[in-house]
Design a protein around this ligand. Structure first.
Ligand code: PLP
Length: 392
Protein backbone atom coordinates (compact mmCIF):
# COMPACT_ATOMS: atom_id res chain seq x y z
CA UNK A 1 0.00 0.00 0.00
CA UNK A 2 1.21 3.56 -0.69
CA UNK A 3 0.14 6.90 0.86
CA UNK A 4 0.43 10.49 -0.51
CA UNK A 5 2.97 11.25 2.24
CA UNK A 6 5.46 8.70 0.97
CA UNK A 7 8.28 9.78 -1.31
CA UNK A 8 7.88 9.82 -5.11
CA UNK A 9 10.22 6.86 -5.54
CA UNK A 10 8.29 4.71 -3.05
CA UNK A 11 4.95 5.60 -4.66
CA UNK A 12 6.22 4.83 -8.16
CA UNK A 13 7.71 1.52 -7.13
CA UNK A 14 4.84 0.12 -5.07
CA UNK A 15 1.58 1.63 -6.38
CA UNK A 16 -0.67 -1.01 -8.00
CA UNK A 17 2.05 -3.69 -8.06
CA UNK A 18 0.64 -7.19 -7.74
CA UNK A 19 -2.91 -5.78 -7.97
CA UNK A 20 -5.66 -8.30 -8.61
CA UNK A 21 -7.64 -7.67 -11.81
CA UNK A 22 -11.32 -6.70 -11.43
CA UNK A 23 -12.37 -9.22 -14.08
CA UNK A 24 -10.87 -12.55 -15.01
CA UNK A 25 -8.53 -12.24 -18.01
CA UNK A 26 -9.23 -14.60 -20.89
CA UNK A 27 -5.58 -15.56 -21.29
CA UNK A 28 -3.03 -16.31 -18.59
CA UNK A 29 -1.10 -13.13 -17.77
CA UNK A 30 2.67 -13.28 -17.88
CA UNK A 31 4.13 -13.29 -14.39
CA UNK A 32 7.33 -11.37 -15.04
CA UNK A 33 8.49 -11.41 -11.47
CA UNK A 34 11.56 -12.97 -9.97
CA UNK A 35 10.08 -13.32 -6.49
CA UNK A 36 6.76 -13.48 -4.59
CA UNK A 37 5.75 -11.72 -1.36
CA UNK A 38 5.20 -13.88 1.74
CA UNK A 39 2.59 -12.70 4.26
CA UNK A 40 4.42 -13.57 7.47
CA UNK A 41 7.08 -15.68 9.14
CA UNK A 42 4.48 -18.43 9.52
CA UNK A 43 3.73 -18.21 5.81
CA UNK A 44 7.43 -18.45 4.93
CA UNK A 45 7.93 -21.35 7.30
CA UNK A 46 4.96 -23.22 5.78
CA UNK A 47 6.41 -22.74 2.30
CA UNK A 48 9.92 -23.86 3.26
CA UNK A 49 8.64 -26.92 5.10
CA UNK A 50 6.04 -27.93 2.53
CA UNK A 51 7.82 -26.58 -0.50
CA UNK A 52 4.65 -26.70 -2.57
CA UNK A 53 1.34 -24.96 -3.02
CA UNK A 54 2.72 -21.41 -3.07
CA UNK A 55 5.06 -19.40 -5.18
CA UNK A 56 8.28 -18.13 -3.67
CA UNK A 57 11.05 -17.58 -6.22
CA UNK A 58 10.81 -17.84 -10.01
CA UNK A 59 13.79 -20.17 -10.39
CA UNK A 60 11.71 -22.63 -8.33
CA UNK A 61 8.28 -22.11 -9.88
CA UNK A 62 6.24 -19.38 -11.55
CA UNK A 63 2.52 -19.27 -12.49
CA UNK A 64 3.27 -18.70 -16.21
CA UNK A 65 5.33 -21.89 -16.24
CA UNK A 66 2.78 -23.84 -14.23
CA UNK A 67 0.07 -22.86 -16.75
CA UNK A 68 2.26 -24.01 -19.63
CA UNK A 69 3.10 -27.25 -17.82
CA UNK A 70 -0.61 -28.01 -17.45
CA UNK A 71 -1.10 -27.57 -21.20
CA UNK A 72 1.90 -29.80 -22.01
CA UNK A 73 0.72 -32.54 -19.64
CA UNK A 74 -2.71 -32.40 -21.30
CA UNK A 75 -1.12 -32.56 -24.77
CA UNK A 76 0.85 -35.72 -23.98
CA UNK A 77 -1.78 -37.21 -21.65
CA UNK A 78 0.66 -37.20 -18.75
CA UNK A 79 0.04 -36.50 -15.07
CA UNK A 80 2.67 -33.78 -14.82
CA UNK A 81 5.08 -31.73 -16.89
CA UNK A 82 8.15 -29.63 -16.20
CA UNK A 83 9.52 -26.96 -18.53
CA UNK A 84 13.14 -25.90 -18.97
CA UNK A 85 15.14 -23.14 -20.61
CA UNK A 86 16.00 -25.38 -23.59
CA UNK A 87 15.60 -28.93 -24.85
CA UNK A 88 19.16 -29.70 -23.72
CA UNK A 89 18.29 -28.19 -20.32
CA UNK A 90 15.54 -30.80 -20.13
CA UNK A 91 17.87 -33.64 -21.24
CA UNK A 92 20.63 -32.69 -18.78
CA UNK A 93 18.27 -32.02 -15.86
CA UNK A 94 16.54 -35.37 -16.45
CA UNK A 95 19.73 -37.42 -16.62
CA UNK A 96 21.32 -35.64 -13.66
CA UNK A 97 18.07 -35.86 -11.71
CA UNK A 98 17.53 -39.59 -12.20
CA UNK A 99 21.09 -40.97 -12.30
CA UNK A 100 24.11 -41.18 -9.98
CA UNK A 101 27.80 -41.88 -10.53
CA UNK A 102 28.23 -45.52 -11.57
CA UNK A 103 24.89 -45.70 -13.39
CA UNK A 104 24.64 -46.58 -17.08
CA UNK A 105 22.29 -45.44 -19.82
CA UNK A 106 21.34 -47.37 -22.94
CA UNK A 107 20.92 -44.92 -25.80
CA UNK A 108 20.02 -45.31 -29.42
CA UNK A 109 23.19 -44.87 -31.53
CA UNK A 110 21.11 -42.70 -33.83
CA UNK A 111 20.12 -39.82 -31.61
CA UNK A 112 20.17 -36.01 -31.59
CA UNK A 113 23.80 -34.81 -31.55
CA UNK A 114 23.50 -32.78 -28.32
CA UNK A 115 22.11 -35.78 -26.44
CA UNK A 116 24.87 -37.95 -27.92
CA UNK A 117 27.66 -35.57 -26.86
CA UNK A 118 26.21 -35.14 -23.36
CA UNK A 119 26.10 -38.91 -22.88
CA UNK A 120 29.27 -39.77 -24.77
CA UNK A 121 31.76 -37.22 -23.49
CA UNK A 122 30.27 -34.98 -20.81
CA UNK A 123 28.43 -37.14 -18.29
CA UNK A 124 31.23 -39.79 -18.14
CA UNK A 125 33.27 -37.08 -16.33
CA UNK A 126 30.72 -37.45 -13.52
CA UNK A 127 30.68 -41.25 -13.58
CA UNK A 128 27.52 -41.71 -15.68
CA UNK A 129 28.25 -43.77 -18.77
CA UNK A 130 26.29 -44.72 -21.87
CA UNK A 131 26.09 -47.73 -24.14
CA UNK A 132 25.04 -46.76 -27.67
CA UNK A 133 23.09 -49.49 -29.40
CA UNK A 134 21.55 -50.22 -32.79
CA UNK A 135 17.82 -49.66 -33.21
CA UNK A 136 17.03 -53.36 -33.11
CA UNK A 137 18.77 -53.73 -29.73
CA UNK A 138 16.52 -51.07 -28.20
CA UNK A 139 13.71 -53.58 -28.41
CA UNK A 140 15.68 -56.07 -26.37
CA UNK A 141 17.51 -54.04 -23.71
CA UNK A 142 17.95 -57.13 -21.53
CA UNK A 143 20.49 -58.42 -24.09
CA UNK A 144 22.70 -55.32 -23.84
CA UNK A 145 22.20 -54.04 -20.29
CA UNK A 146 24.48 -54.54 -17.32
CA UNK A 147 23.86 -54.50 -13.56
CA UNK A 148 24.24 -50.70 -13.43
CA UNK A 149 21.90 -49.89 -16.32
CA UNK A 150 19.07 -47.67 -15.10
CA UNK A 151 17.58 -45.83 -18.06
CA UNK A 152 16.99 -46.16 -21.79
CA UNK A 153 16.88 -43.07 -24.05
CA UNK A 154 15.56 -43.01 -27.60
CA UNK A 155 13.73 -40.86 -30.11
CA UNK A 156 11.30 -41.55 -32.95
CA UNK A 157 11.33 -40.49 -35.73
CA UNK A 158 15.11 -40.33 -35.38
CA UNK A 159 17.05 -37.22 -36.39
CA UNK A 160 17.89 -37.04 -39.32
CA UNK A 161 17.23 -40.53 -40.76
CA UNK A 162 13.55 -40.50 -39.69
CA UNK A 163 13.79 -44.17 -38.71
CA UNK A 164 10.84 -45.05 -36.46
CA UNK A 165 11.17 -47.20 -33.37
CA UNK A 166 8.31 -49.47 -32.26
CA UNK A 167 7.50 -47.36 -29.21
CA UNK A 168 5.12 -49.78 -27.44
CA UNK A 169 7.60 -52.64 -27.86
CA UNK A 170 10.56 -50.70 -26.44
CA UNK A 171 8.43 -49.38 -23.55
CA UNK A 172 7.24 -52.89 -22.65
CA UNK A 173 10.79 -54.30 -22.84
CA UNK A 174 12.05 -51.53 -20.53
CA UNK A 175 9.30 -52.24 -18.02
CA UNK A 176 10.23 -55.94 -17.98
CA UNK A 177 13.93 -55.08 -17.61
CA UNK A 178 13.27 -52.54 -14.83
CA UNK A 179 14.57 -49.56 -16.82
CA UNK A 180 13.11 -46.07 -16.93
CA UNK A 181 12.25 -45.35 -20.57
CA UNK A 182 12.61 -41.79 -21.86
CA UNK A 183 11.59 -40.81 -25.37
CA UNK A 184 12.40 -37.58 -27.19
CA UNK A 185 9.13 -36.81 -29.02
CA UNK A 186 10.38 -33.57 -30.61
CA UNK A 187 10.03 -34.81 -34.20
CA UNK A 188 6.73 -36.64 -33.68
CA UNK A 189 4.84 -34.14 -31.49
CA UNK A 190 1.80 -35.14 -29.42
CA UNK A 191 -0.37 -34.47 -32.49
CA UNK A 192 1.13 -37.47 -34.27
CA UNK A 193 1.95 -39.80 -31.37
CA UNK A 194 1.61 -39.87 -27.60
CA UNK A 195 4.34 -42.15 -26.23
CA UNK A 196 3.02 -42.13 -22.64
CA UNK A 197 -0.13 -43.84 -23.86
CA UNK A 198 2.13 -46.50 -25.42
CA UNK A 199 3.84 -47.21 -22.10
CA UNK A 200 6.88 -44.89 -22.14
CA UNK A 201 7.74 -43.48 -18.68
CA UNK A 202 8.89 -39.97 -19.65
CA UNK A 203 8.53 -37.89 -22.81
CA UNK A 204 11.04 -35.15 -23.55
CA UNK A 205 10.61 -32.25 -25.98
CA UNK A 206 12.73 -29.58 -27.50
CA UNK A 207 9.81 -27.16 -27.18
CA UNK A 208 11.92 -24.85 -29.34
CA UNK A 209 10.57 -26.81 -32.31
CA UNK A 210 6.94 -27.70 -33.14
CA UNK A 211 5.39 -27.10 -29.72
CA UNK A 212 6.24 -23.41 -29.79
CA UNK A 213 6.21 -23.49 -33.57
CA UNK A 214 7.24 -19.92 -34.36
CA UNK A 215 11.07 -20.08 -34.13
CA UNK A 216 11.17 -17.41 -31.43
CA UNK A 217 11.61 -19.31 -28.15
CA UNK A 218 14.21 -21.82 -26.92
CA UNK A 219 12.60 -24.18 -24.40
CA UNK A 220 12.37 -27.79 -23.28
CA UNK A 221 9.97 -30.06 -21.41
CA UNK A 222 9.59 -33.38 -19.65
CA UNK A 223 6.18 -35.01 -19.22
CA UNK A 224 5.20 -38.16 -17.34
CA UNK A 225 3.92 -39.46 -14.03
CA UNK A 226 3.77 -37.08 -11.06
CA UNK A 227 6.23 -39.27 -9.16
CA UNK A 228 8.91 -39.27 -11.88
CA UNK A 229 8.54 -35.59 -12.83
CA UNK A 230 8.81 -34.60 -9.15
CA UNK A 231 12.20 -36.32 -8.98
CA UNK A 232 13.48 -33.64 -11.36
CA UNK A 233 12.57 -30.69 -9.12
CA UNK A 234 16.00 -30.49 -7.43
CA UNK A 235 17.95 -30.75 -10.69
CA UNK A 236 15.97 -27.97 -12.40
CA UNK A 237 16.33 -25.73 -9.35
CA UNK A 238 20.01 -26.38 -8.79
CA UNK A 239 21.18 -26.46 -12.40
CA UNK A 240 18.96 -23.44 -13.02
CA UNK A 241 17.76 -24.51 -16.46
CA UNK A 242 14.59 -22.51 -15.86
CA UNK A 243 12.40 -20.98 -18.56
CA UNK A 244 11.68 -17.26 -18.55
CA UNK A 245 7.99 -16.45 -17.80
CA UNK A 246 7.67 -14.35 -20.97
CA UNK A 247 8.98 -17.23 -23.05
CA UNK A 248 6.52 -19.57 -21.30
CA UNK A 249 3.61 -17.32 -22.32
CA UNK A 250 4.79 -17.32 -25.93
CA UNK A 251 4.97 -21.12 -25.93
CA UNK A 252 1.49 -21.36 -24.38
CA UNK A 253 0.20 -19.18 -27.22
CA UNK A 254 2.01 -21.25 -29.85
CA UNK A 255 0.62 -24.48 -28.38
CA UNK A 256 -2.94 -23.34 -28.95
CA UNK A 257 -2.44 -23.82 -32.71
CA UNK A 258 -0.34 -27.03 -32.56
CA UNK A 259 -3.24 -29.10 -33.85
CA UNK A 260 -3.89 -27.00 -36.97
CA UNK A 261 -0.18 -26.40 -37.62
CA UNK A 262 0.71 -30.08 -37.44
CA UNK A 263 -2.07 -31.07 -39.82
CA UNK A 264 -0.53 -28.69 -42.39
CA UNK A 265 3.09 -29.71 -41.62
CA UNK A 266 2.08 -33.35 -42.19
CA UNK A 267 0.26 -32.53 -45.40
CA UNK A 268 3.06 -30.37 -46.86
CA UNK A 269 5.81 -32.85 -45.95
CA UNK A 270 3.94 -35.81 -47.44
CA UNK A 271 3.19 -33.78 -50.57
CA UNK A 272 6.82 -32.73 -50.96
CA UNK A 273 8.16 -36.25 -50.30
CA UNK A 274 5.82 -37.70 -52.92
CA UNK A 275 6.72 -35.00 -55.45
CA UNK A 276 10.47 -35.62 -54.99
CA UNK A 277 10.33 -39.43 -55.15
CA UNK A 278 12.10 -40.62 -58.27
CA UNK A 279 13.89 -37.31 -58.90
CA UNK A 280 17.14 -38.19 -60.73
CA UNK A 281 19.32 -35.99 -58.48
CA UNK A 282 18.10 -37.71 -55.32
CA UNK A 283 19.36 -41.16 -54.30
CA UNK A 284 16.76 -41.51 -51.52
CA UNK A 285 13.77 -39.52 -50.30
CA UNK A 286 13.39 -40.42 -46.66
CA UNK A 287 9.94 -39.91 -45.13
CA UNK A 288 8.06 -42.34 -42.87
CA UNK A 289 4.88 -41.71 -44.84
CA UNK A 290 6.35 -43.19 -48.05
CA UNK A 291 5.71 -46.93 -48.54
CA UNK A 292 9.42 -47.55 -49.31
CA UNK A 293 10.53 -46.20 -45.91
CA UNK A 294 12.01 -49.08 -43.86
CA UNK A 295 9.70 -48.34 -40.92
CA UNK A 296 6.57 -47.37 -42.85
CA UNK A 297 4.52 -50.14 -41.23
CA UNK A 298 5.61 -49.12 -37.71
CA UNK A 299 4.88 -45.46 -38.50
CA UNK A 300 1.40 -46.28 -39.84
CA UNK A 301 0.67 -48.26 -36.67
CA UNK A 302 1.74 -45.66 -34.14
CA UNK A 303 1.49 -42.26 -35.86
CA UNK A 304 -1.53 -40.19 -36.88
CA UNK A 305 0.51 -38.34 -39.53
CA UNK A 306 4.19 -38.64 -40.41
CA UNK A 307 5.52 -35.25 -39.31
CA UNK A 308 7.03 -32.26 -41.04
CA UNK A 309 10.59 -33.51 -41.57
CA UNK A 310 11.83 -34.86 -44.90
CA UNK A 311 15.44 -35.94 -45.51
CA UNK A 312 16.84 -36.24 -49.00
CA UNK A 313 20.07 -38.08 -49.73
CA UNK A 314 21.61 -36.53 -52.83
CA UNK A 315 23.25 -38.74 -55.42
CA UNK A 316 26.33 -36.48 -55.64
CA UNK A 317 27.31 -36.72 -51.95
CA UNK A 318 28.46 -33.73 -49.89
CA UNK A 319 29.27 -31.61 -52.96
CA UNK A 320 25.71 -31.95 -54.25
CA UNK A 321 24.26 -31.34 -50.79
CA UNK A 322 26.34 -28.16 -50.39
CA UNK A 323 25.28 -26.95 -53.85
CA UNK A 324 21.61 -27.59 -53.04
CA UNK A 325 22.00 -25.82 -49.69
CA UNK A 326 23.53 -22.77 -51.37
CA UNK A 327 20.73 -22.55 -53.95
CA UNK A 328 17.48 -22.81 -51.98
CA UNK A 329 15.38 -19.65 -51.78
CA UNK A 330 12.04 -20.36 -50.06
CA UNK A 331 13.71 -22.83 -47.70
CA UNK A 332 16.01 -20.85 -45.43
CA UNK A 333 19.54 -22.00 -44.66
CA UNK A 334 19.18 -22.36 -40.91
CA UNK A 335 19.47 -25.02 -38.27
CA UNK A 336 16.52 -26.05 -36.08
CA UNK A 337 13.08 -27.21 -37.24
CA UNK A 338 9.40 -27.16 -36.47
CA UNK A 339 8.59 -23.52 -37.16
CA UNK A 340 6.15 -22.11 -39.71
CA UNK A 341 9.13 -21.26 -41.97
CA UNK A 342 10.67 -24.04 -44.08
CA UNK A 343 14.32 -24.63 -43.18
CA UNK A 344 17.13 -26.53 -44.85
CA UNK A 345 20.06 -28.06 -42.98
CA UNK A 346 23.11 -30.23 -43.57
CA UNK A 347 23.25 -32.89 -40.82
CA UNK A 348 27.02 -33.47 -41.13
CA UNK A 349 27.62 -29.77 -40.43
CA UNK A 350 25.07 -29.52 -37.60
CA UNK A 351 23.64 -32.32 -35.45
CA UNK A 352 26.17 -34.92 -36.68
CA UNK A 353 29.10 -32.50 -36.90
CA UNK A 354 32.43 -34.06 -36.05
CA UNK A 355 31.15 -37.64 -36.19
CA UNK A 356 33.58 -40.21 -37.55
CA UNK A 357 32.74 -42.22 -40.67
CA UNK A 358 32.07 -45.19 -38.42
CA UNK A 359 29.70 -43.23 -36.17
CA UNK A 360 27.89 -41.84 -39.24
CA UNK A 361 27.56 -45.31 -40.75
CA UNK A 362 26.16 -46.73 -37.51
CA UNK A 363 23.53 -43.98 -37.50
CA UNK A 364 22.90 -44.43 -41.26
CA UNK A 365 23.74 -40.76 -41.87
CA UNK A 366 25.50 -39.85 -45.14
CA UNK A 367 27.44 -36.76 -46.19
CA UNK A 368 24.96 -36.19 -49.04
CA UNK A 369 21.98 -35.76 -46.73
CA UNK A 370 19.93 -32.59 -46.62
CA UNK A 371 17.36 -32.24 -43.87
CA UNK A 372 14.23 -30.28 -44.72
CA UNK A 373 11.92 -28.90 -42.07
CA UNK A 374 8.81 -28.41 -44.15
CA UNK A 375 6.95 -25.33 -42.99
CA UNK A 376 3.52 -23.95 -43.65
CA UNK A 377 4.13 -22.15 -46.96
CA UNK A 378 2.19 -23.09 -50.10
CA UNK A 379 3.22 -26.60 -51.15
CA UNK A 380 3.68 -25.64 -54.82
CA UNK A 381 6.28 -23.01 -53.84
CA UNK A 382 8.20 -25.55 -51.76
CA UNK A 383 8.25 -28.11 -54.58
CA UNK A 384 9.34 -25.46 -57.08
CA UNK A 385 12.13 -24.31 -54.76
CA UNK A 386 13.56 -27.82 -54.35
CA UNK A 387 13.28 -28.39 -58.12
CA UNK A 388 15.24 -25.25 -58.96
CA UNK A 389 17.88 -26.01 -56.30
CA UNK A 390 18.39 -29.48 -57.84
CA UNK A 391 18.46 -28.29 -61.46
CA UNK A 392 21.73 -28.94 -63.27
N1 PLP B 1 16.17 -33.24 -29.37
C1 PLP B 1 16.04 -33.09 -30.70
C2 PLP B 1 15.46 -34.21 -31.49
C3 PLP B 1 16.46 -31.90 -31.31
O1 PLP B 1 16.34 -31.77 -32.63
C4 PLP B 1 17.03 -30.87 -30.50
C5 PLP B 1 17.51 -29.62 -31.11
O2 PLP B 1 17.68 -29.52 -32.30
C6 PLP B 1 17.14 -31.08 -29.12
C7 PLP B 1 16.70 -32.27 -28.58
C8 PLP B 1 17.75 -30.03 -28.24
O3 PLP B 1 16.84 -28.98 -28.04
P1 PLP B 1 17.25 -27.44 -27.79
O4 PLP B 1 17.98 -26.97 -28.99
O5 PLP B 1 15.92 -26.79 -27.54
O6 PLP B 1 18.13 -27.44 -26.57
Amino acid sequence: MTTPRQGLATRLIHTAEGAQPLAAPLTTPTYETTTFIVDSTADLQAYIEGGTGKYFYSRYENPSLVALEAKLAAAEQGEAAMVFGSGMGAVASTLLGLLSAGDEVICSAAVYGGTFHLLNSFLPRFGVTARFVAMEQLQDPASVMGPKTKLLWFESPINPTLRCVDIARVAAACRTAGLVSVMDNTFGTPYNQQPLTLGVDLVMHSVTKYLNGHSDVTAGAIIGSQALVERLVPSRRLIGAMLDPGAASLVARGLKTLDVRMARHNENALGLARALSGHPGIARVIYPGLPDHPDHAVAVRQMRGFGGMVTIDLAGGFEAAARFFDRVQVFKRATSLGGVESLCGLPVLTSQYGWSDEQLARADVTRGMVRLSVGLESLDDLIADVDQALAI
